[in-house]
Design a protein around this ligand. Structure first.
Ligand code: ZN
Length: 166
């Protein structure tokens, strides 16, 4: 069958930036499994896979807007560690994440990650590491099947490579 809304799709992938730097690939022998049409993979890749079937190899170049979004310079900030609540300050280290209001879009929350702490200043970013990047995917479709009733009602794929929450 062809990939369309609600198909359960297994695929392997390799993804690089436009400059050719590999950023991720599926683990050998462990394809990614998703329920098509539910926003579980980036929108540009979902669009590129429509109509393909098992065995197809798909190359797709995906603009940031259909991947991890544009890079927003206003989300790269330097803030004094003192602005964090006293109880949280010890946790403010590289890798620490916290939610805060978007600096320019009122009412919108952003997850920030601390990248560096130096001289009482935390360097934080609310940008995804791949924001602003054009991505080149090399995909091989392994399997395309109908969803089970459970998968449809849960809105995700089950089984190897899918969700394991039962
Ligand atoms: Zn489920």
């Amino acid at each position: 069958m062809d990939i369309a809304k609600n198909a359960v799709v297994s695929f392997t992938y390799q993804v690089a930036t436009a400059e050719g730097e590999e950023v991720d690939r599926s683990e050998a022998g462990h394809p990614l499994v998703y329920l098509h049409g539910h926003g579980q993979i980036i929108s540009g890749l979902e669009a590129a896979l429509i109509g393909h079937k098992a065995g197809d190899k798909v190359k797709a170049t995906i603009a940031p807007e259909q991947a991890y979004g544009a890079h927003e310079p206003e989300l790269d900030l330097q803030v004094p560690v003192e602005v964090f609540p006293e109880a949280a300050r010890a946790q403010v280290k590289p890798g620490f994440r916290f939610k805060a209001e978007h600096p320019t879009l009122q009412g919108s929350e952003v997850v920030f990650t601390v990248h560096q702490v130096k001289e009482g200043q935390a360097y934080v970013s609310g940008n995804h590491p791949l924001a602003g990047k054009t991505l080149q995917f090399n995909v091989e479709i392994i399997e395309v099947r109908q969803p089970t009733a459970d998968e449809l009602s849960h809105g995700h794929a089950h089984g190897p490579g899918g969700h394991h929450h039962h």
